[in-house]
Design a protein around this ligand. Structure first.
Ligand code: 5AD
Ligand code: FES
Length: 350
């Protein structure tokens, strides 16, 4: 590690802020020593705010129909190889209920942008889960909607929303998405969600096709300024049936560095060790936690549909049952001295 990187990391650790150019410098000068020092600083905050606790979210991938056509994503509209499915309302509620019984106190209902579910349907599902388990936090992750819709879901009892910003650079956004999709609209959605009172999750892919160190630096600056309650990041992983099939996937090291830097930038942030990270390396999620992550999001979807929610190739945990994943994760987490807890897992200070 060079002297300048060391100085910048110390400055970040003291002020939780750097310029885009300084973030870029750190990314461009990454080596094993820099990774280790960033992880050390990150772990100190992780322990200060969350101890050795790791929170879980039970993910229900309830539809893989999507009106969008993001070039990187396996469930994009034009992928005719993708076998589509939709879970019924009662199936979705049952998944959440199973999750509750397995110890989850948060469920994330995630899907493609599928307007076959009306606002009323979504509200009904949320209300039913809240009625069944008032202490279960319901998180939605169903893409870009109007502020009125977001408000309706909130009033029905949803209290968190995940919407990755994907990239903080509008020019890169335009290379990853068709012209029909708007970076401005996505950013406005994040602001609307926050105004309504949701705990908001943003996030981005690491080393997506065409992404530069400066682009990543802009993502870090965005996290510094917007301070999302949660920040979901994972490596880009190519999917064979997308226009980006031949693009290289992101690396473990860059993802770990971003996790540590985000923990230092915003010490209280909720930071998942994502399935994508577990997909590019057998110990990816464990390493993510040791780099500062404090959340894992195992899958609660019925076994029959899991393989079909294929955002990228070789996704892990598609053959396992929810109960098996949770046992596996408990073992993985305890093997590195952390502990999975039965807790809704709010952002510290929320
Ligand atoms: N590789 C990694 N992550 C992906 N996502 C979508 N496609 C891919 C891919 N090929 C991420 C996006 C999206 C989230 C649900 O999954 O960031 O917001
Ligand atoms: Fe799903 Fe290990 S977490 S099998």
């Amino acid at each position: 590690m060079d002297q300048e990187s060391k100085k910048l990391l110390e400055e970040l650790n003291n002020s939780h802020s750097l310029t885009v150019e300084q973030y870029q410098y750190l990314i461009e000068h990454m080596d094993s020593q820099l990774l280790e020092l960033a992880a050390e600083y990150a772990r100190a905050y992780q322990h200060q705010y969350y101890g050795n606790k790791v929170y879980t979210r039970g993910l229900v991938e309830f539809t893989n129909f999507c009106r969008n056509n993001c070039y990187y994503c396996g469930i994009r509209r034009d992928n005719i190889q993708c076998e589509r499915y939709r879970l019924s309302k009662s199936d979705i509620i049952e998944c959440a209920d199973t999750g509750y019984k397995l110890g989850f106190r948060t469920t994330v209902l995630q899907g493609g942008e599928d307007f076959a579910y009306s606002d009323q349907d979504i509200c009904e599902i949320v209300r039913s889960i809240k009625k069944l388990h008032p202490d279960m936090v319901v998180t939605l992750s169903i893409g870009e909607r109007s502020k009125e819709s977001y408000q309706a879901y909130f009033d029905a009892g949803a209290s968190r929303y995940l919407l990755r910003h994907e990239t903080a650079n509008p020019e890169l956004y335009a290379k990853l998405h068709p012209a029909s999709m708007s970076w401005e609209n996505r950013m406005n959605c994040l602001r609307d969600l926050r105004e309504i009172g949701y705990q908001v999750g943003a996030g981005f892919m690491v080393e997506s096709p065409g992404q530069t160190a400066k682009d990543l630096a802009m993502d870090l600056k965005f996290v510094e300024e917007f301070k999302p309650d949660m920040c979901g990041i994972g490596p880009y992983i190519s999917h064979k049936d997308t226009p980006f099939a031949k693009e290289a996937s992101g690396t473990l090291e860059t993802t770990l560095l971003c996790l540590s830097l985000i923990r230092i930038i915003y010490p209280q942030v909720l930071l998942p060790a994502t399935t994508a990270l577990g997909t590019i390396h057998p110990k990816g999620r464990e390493m993510g936690i040791q780099a500062g992550a404090n959340v894992v999001m195992p899958n609660l979807s019925p076994g029959s549909v899991r393989k079909k929610y294929s955002l990228y190739d070789n996704k892990i945990c598609t053959g396992e049952e929810a109960a098996e994943c949770i046992v596996c994760l408990k073992n993985r987490v305890s093997s590195i001295g952390y502990e999975i807890v039965e807790d809704p897992g709010n952002r510290a200070g929320f």
